[in-house]
Design a protein around this ligand. Structure first.
Ligand code: URA
Length: 238
């Protein structure tokens, strides 16, 4: 791969900015000053810019603990989006995997890997998503049964069977597992049972769990192990 592409993919700067850095003599490959942006480099080469090591990556994968009040979109004229939390330098490439409502908090994967996004979100792939929820009224065994059988709304919308685990110490609190992602799905399911969801937090997507040490609004890159979990899911789906 060309050196300027390597640097641009690693978000050191735009293609023209990294060419300037190379021309200024600020880029070294295996310890030697590089002067040609078209020079070939590969994963085994050591690349430094301004003395800092530059690691090649073909994609970014971030786990965000989404806060309430931000919309899940790449850009919006009026409202703040989840991508506004990310540095401008990389924001342009990124998009959220799936959608959480403005008031929903919790795990949101942010990436530039369109293929992975499709594999996790395609309805036919049935990836489990777990949420913690609180309702305005107590939930009971009839709700568990109705969700387990697959709820059909009065407008004909049918939801696949979902698992509702009510907290026995607080029956207004539960963990729900769904494997589809229809618009306002959990809120509509609960509303059909006469309950309003007053708090909703996504805990996991497939085998990927929200890191409990991330406060709302914080994000971090996925670890190697977490990436492997996602890729394992990917190979199971193929
Ligand atoms: N279901 C909802 O109702 N809202 C979300 O944000 C996610 C699932």
């Amino acid at each position: 791969m060309r050196l300027d592409k390597y640097l641009a993919d690693a978000c050191v700067g735009s293609r023209s900015q990294v060419k300037q850095l190379i021309r200024k003599g600020l880029v070294r490959v295996n310890g030697n000053k590089a002067s040609d942006p078209s020079m070939a480099v590969n994963d085994h080469d050591t690349v430094e810019c301004n003395g800092d090591p530059v690691t090649y990556r073909d994609h970014f994968y971030f786990m965000l603990n989404k806060p309430g009040g931000l919309i899940t979109a790449t850009e919006d004229d009026k409202q703040e989006t989840v991508l506004d939390l990310f540095p401008e330098k990389i924001r342009k490439k990124l998009f959220p995997v799936g959608r959480l409502d403005k008031d929903t908090v919790g795990l949101l994967l942010i990436t530039d890997d369109g293929a992975l996004c499709h594999e996790l979100m395609a309805p036919s792939h049935h990836v489990d998503k777990r949420y913690l929820l609180c309702t305005d009224k107590p939930m009971d065994e009839d709700d568990v049964k109705a969700f387990g059988e697959g709820l059909v709304l009065s407008d004909g919308t049918a939801f696949k069977p979902a698992v509702l685990e009510i907290d026995l110490d607080d029956v207004c609190k539960a963990v729900i597992t769904i494997n589809e992602g229809k618009y306002h799905q959990i809120k509509r399911m609960l509303l059909a049972r006469g309950k309003e969801v007053i708090y909703l937090k996504r805990l996991s997507v497939g085998a990927l769990e929200l890191d409990g040490s991330l406060s709302e609004g914080e994000y971090r890159e996925l670890s190697e192990e977490e990436l492997q979990l996602l890729h394992k899911k990917r190979s199971n789906l193929l």
